[in-house]
Design a protein around this ligand. Structure first.
Ligand code: SF4
Ligand code: SF4
Length: 398
């Protein structure tokens, strides 16, 4: 008993470190910049982390998750009917309220959605930018060569600007580390398969985001390993986040741009007693399960192949995302799917129709919530989530 109490306390300590990672990273990045270390800011899952890490540089996430002050400021230059993630990211850089952008020596963007592409053109006036051109056909034959060239061009740009050499050996080491991180994230999602789940959806999200803000990779890997072990042990002892006889509704969350709406969506779902057992999309399980091939002769090609398979709605057509969703619904025995999209995110909003159709085919109830980062719709969203969860509960009672 003493042991389990100590395990619970240790797990809480690690989870608090993950939750505080972004805050704690500010000082780390400032000190690193003062030491002359190179900081690369990025926005997206398509930014090839392995190349940045192989160059011995730090990669920080610049996506804005907050409304005020960045969004009102961004709207002085950008259209107000633009995705809040884009406005928040731009506004934080324009108003110098993002310390990570402030200390970044270079920002890497990628041509995903139109809003981002155009925002990067304006960002280039404020900071040094390198834009990687992403082909939007997820078909190896038609896109791999061009995409590989873009990743190579990025590697060469880092080498030329910062006078470093990124050898194949360094790339291979960085690939191995990144694969461990992905595999750990996949293992965390796997804990959602248990009944009741051994991790909450909010815990999963917090660990996911911390990837960009825990700069000592080995330390992060060690902590995550310990966290996974503690979660498994606590669950086996009946001390997981849910009581052993609890059977919370099992929710799959789909969508993008969610980190700015956690409190009014993800937190409410779990506060209402349901469990987010997995995520779908670029940060979801399928992306984490797919490693970069460590045995490939050419590491750049291996990186390009993996990133071309990121299941993002900017790809067209996006059949693999839909096929993957079917498997995830079965594997995680999902009771309901909630698609959360932010205003003006056309790619994900439009694909929500296909997600809903797949759910209908599989007999899984589906809810689509559209929101943005501004306050005001919390009550309305809560009401819709409550109604959906009540409906799932009554289905279960039948
Ligand atoms: S949803 Fe697509 S564009 Fe947005 S971060 Fe993920 S991969 Fe990048
Ligand atoms: S949430 Fe949608 S519109 Fe916004 S940056 Fe991501 S893909 Fe683009």
């Amino acid at each position: 008993m003493e042991n389990i109490e100590s395990n619970i306390a240790q797990l809480q300590e690690i989870l608090t470190e993950f939750a505080d990672a972004k805050k704690d990273c500010t000082l780390f990045v400032k000190n690193a910049a003062e030491r002359g270390d190179i900081i690369i800011g990025s926005f997206c899952q398509y930014a090839p982390m392995e190349v940045i890490n192989a160059a011995g540089m730090y990669n920080v996430l610049l996506c804005g998750f907050n409304y005020d002050p960045p969004i009102p400021l961004a709207e002085t230059e950008l259209p107000s009917n633009l995705c809040p993630l884009i406005k928040s990211s731009y506004g934080n850089i324009l108003g110098k309220t993002c310390p990570f952008a402030f200390f970044s020596d270079l920002i890497v963007g990628e041509t995903t959605c139109d809003g981002k592409k155009k925002m990067y053109e304006m960002l280039a006036e404020l900071k040094g930018m390198h834009v990687i051109h992403l082909p939007n056909i997820p078909d190896k034959k038609r896109s791999l060569e061009a995409w590989r060239e873009e990743i190579l061009r990025f590697k060469e740009a880092l080498e030329a600007q910062f006078h470093v050499e990124i050898t194949d050996e360094k790339l291979r080491k960085a690939i191995a580390v990144q694969n461990i991180e992905r595999s750990q994230m996949a293992q965390l999602y796997e804990l959602g398969k248990l009944d009741p789940p051994a991790a909450t959806g909010l815990q999963m999200r917090s660990v996911l985001v911390s990837e960009y803000f825990m700069m000592d990779k080995q330390e992060k890997i060690r902590k995550t390993e310990r966290m996974l072990q503690l979660m498994r042990e606590n669950w086996a002892a009946g001390k997981g986040p849910y009581a052993p006889d609890e059977r919370p509704l099992r929710i799959l969350v789909s969508g993008a741009g969610l980190d700015g709406v956690v409190n009014k969506t993800l937190a409410v779902i779990e506060e209402l007693g349901a469990a987010i057992v997995c995520y779908e999309g670029c940060c979801g399980i399928m992306n984490m399960r797919r490693p970069v091939d460590e045995s490939a002769e050419d590491p750049i090609t291996a990186i390009a192949e993996k990133y071309l398979e990121v299941p993002c709605a900017v790809m067209s057509p996006n059949h693999s995302r839909f096929e993957q969703l079917k498997d995830t619904l079965d594997e995680w025995r999902v009771d309901g799917v909630i698609s959360i999209t932010v205003h003006a995110c056309n790619p994900f909003d439009i694909e929500s129709k296909a997600i809903g159709d797949i759910c209908a085919e599989k007999g899984v109830p589906f809810l689509h919530v559209r929101t943005d980062y501004s306050p005001g719709d919390e009550g309305q969203i809560r009401t819709r989530l409550e109604a959906f969860i009540e409906m799932l509960e009554s289905n279960r009672g039948r």
